[in-house]
Ligand binder design. Structure first.
Ligand SMILES: NC(=O)c1ccc[n+]([C@@H]2O[C@H](COP(=O)([O-])OP(=O)(O)OC[C@H]3O[C@@H](n4cnc5c(N)ncnc54)[C@H](O)[C@@H]3O)[C@@H](O)[C@H]2O)c1
Length: 373
C-alpha cells in the first residue's frame, strides 16, 4: 500500500515520458492523496542554443526537444540528477527507451523502496532467457512493478485527443487502482487487468509487427497485404506470449494494449506526415517504410538518426531480441513473420516480407499452455 500524499517521479523525459508527466501532473493537482509536485528525470543534453535541456524545461515548462509546444504543467520539475529525482518518490514511473534501463536500474539499487510502473516497450535477452523490463526493475530494485501500455501515440495524447490504455498488474489490485487514478483523465481512459506479462508482451511485440507493416508500405503493397501482416502478427504475438508465459490471458489481446495498439502502430496516418520529424507514434513503421523504399540499402541506424532526431527506434532491436529467443528455443519456423522481419533488418531484401509461405501450424495453444499435435 502506498502512503497518503504519495510523491511521483517520472524516470525519462522523451516524447512519451513528457506526456506521461503532463497527464500525471494534471491529476496530482486534483487528487489529495498525491503530492502536487511531479519530478521528471532528464537525461541531460546541451541544446544547439548552448543551454541545458533541463534548465529550458524548468524555464519554459516545455520539453522543447522531445515534445515542443506542449505545456507540461507548472508542477513538473525537471531534474538531471537521477538519484536526487527519485530520492523522495513513493511512486516511480519508468519511461525511457528499453536499452537504457539496465544501466538506470544499476544506479538505483538500494535507493528505491516503493511501487513502480513501466511504460517501456521492449525486453532484454539474457543467457538464461528473455527478461521483460518490469521483471528487470522488480528483480534489480526489489520492488513490485506494474505496466501501462496501449494505443498511445504520444503526440496525439499531448493535444488531448481521446485514447485508452491498459494497466497490467500481478497481484496487488489496490496499487493497480492507484496507478489508474494517477493516469486517468477525461481524454485518457485507463483500465486494469491482472496480466503483467500479457500487457507488456503486447506492447513489446507489436513493434516488430510495425516494422513489417512499414516494409509493406514502402513496397506499396496496399491495405489487404497490411491487414494480412497485422493478422499474422497478432497471431504470432499471442502464440509467443503464451509459450513464454502460459498465464497470459486471451482477453488481454482485446484490450487497448493488444489489438488497438497494433492497429495504431501499423497505420499510416497521412495527417501525421507534416510532423514527420516530431511524430513519435508509428516511428517503427515510418523508418521501416523508408528502409524498404531504399531497397534496404540505407541502414536503420542511419534512418533513425536522420528521421527521429534523438528519439529511439525500438522495433529493430526487439526483432533481434525475439529472434534470439526463437533461435535458442528452436521455434524459428513457428514464427515466420517475426523471423523474417529480423532477417530483412540484417540482410535479406524487404520483398521477403510477403515471400514466406506460412507453415502448417505445428501446435495450438489450448487452455493457456502449448500443446503439440
Ligand atoms: N513516443 C510514443 O508515442 C510512445 C508511446 C508509448 C510507449 N512508448 C515507449 O516509451 C518509452 C520511452 O520512449 P519516449 O518516446 O519517451 O523516448 P524518445 O525516443 O522520444 O526519446 C529518447 C529518450 O532517451 C533519452 N536518452 C538518450 N540517451 C540516453 C541514455 N544513455 N540513458 C538514458 N536516457 C537516454 C533521451 O534523452 C530521450 O529522453 C519507449 O520504451 C517507447 O517504446 C513511446
Amino acid at each position: 500500500m502506498t502512503p497518503a500524499n504519495s510523491r511521483v517521479t517520472v524516470v525519462g523525459s522523451g516524447n512519451w515520458g513528457s506526456v506521461a508527466a503532463k497527464l500525471i501532473a494534471s491529476n496530482t493537482l486534483k487528487l489529495d492523496s498525491f503530492h502536487d509536485e511531479v519530478r521528471m528525470w532528464v537525461f541531460e543534453e546541451t541544446l544547439p542554443s548552448g543551454e541545458k535541456l533541463s534548465q529550458v524545461i524548468n524555464r519554459t515548462n516545455e520539453n522543447v526537444k522531445y515534445m515542443p509546444g506542449i505545456k507540461l504543467g507548472k508542477n513538473v520539475v525537471a531534474d538531471p540528477d537521477l538519484e536526487n529525482a527519485v530520492r523522495d518518490a513513493s511512486m516511480l514511473v519508468f519511461v525511457t527507451p528499453h536499452q537504457f534501463m539496465e544501466g538506470i536500474c544499476k544506479r538505483l539499487v538500494g535507493k528505491i523502496r516503493r511501487d513502480a510502473i513501466s511504460l517501456i516497450k521492449g525486453m532484454e535477452v539474457k543467457r538464461e532467457g528473455p527478461c521483460m523490463i518490469s521483471s528487470l526493475i522488480s528483480e534489480q530494485l526489489g520492488i513490485s512493478c506494474c505496466v501501462l501500455m496501449g494505443a498511445n501515440i504520444a503526440n496525439e495524447i499531448a493535444v488531448e485527443k481521446f485514447s485508452e490504455a491498459t494497466v497490467g498488474y500481478r497481484k496487488d489490485k489496490e496499487t493497480a487502482e492507484k496507478w489508474v487514478q494517477l493516469f486517468n483523465t477525461s481524454y485518457f481512459m485507463v483500465s486494469a487487468v491482472q496480466d503483467v506479462e500479457g500487457v507488456e508482451l503486447c506492447g513489446t511485440l507489436k513493434n516488430v509487427v510495425a516494422i513489417a507493416a512499414g516494409f509493406v508500405d514502402g513496397l506499396e503493397m496496399g491495405n489487404n497485404t497490411k491487414a494480412a501482416i497485422m493478422r499474422i502478427g497478432l497471431r504470432e504475438m499471442k502464440t509467443f506470449s503464451k509459450l513464454l508465459f502460459p498465464s497470459v490471458k486471451d482477453s488481454t489481446f482485446f484490450e487497448s494494449c493488444g489489438v488497438a495498439d497494433l492497429i495504431t502502430t501499423c497505420c499510416n496516418n497521412a495527417k501525421l506526415l507534416h510532423l514527420l520529424l516530431l511524430t513519435s507514434g508509428g516511428r517503427n513503421r515510418r523508418c521501416a517504410e523508408a528502409f524498404a523504399r531504399n531497397g534496404g540499402k540505407r541502414s536503420f541506424d542511419e534512418l533513425e538518426a536522420e528521421m527521429l532526431q534523438g528519439q529511439k527506434l525500438q522495433g529493430v532491436s526487439t526483432a533481434k531480441e525475439v529472434y534470439e529467443v526463437l533461435r535458442h528455443r528452436g521455434w524459428l519456423e513457428l514464427f515466420p513473420l517475426f523471423s523474417t522481419v529480423h532477417e530483412i533488418c540484417i540482410a535479406v531484401p524487404p520483398t521477403a516480407i510477403v515471400e514466406y509461405s506460412e507453415h502448417t501450424p505445428k501446435f495450438s495453444l489450448v487452455g493457456g499452455s502449448a500443446q503439440f499435435f
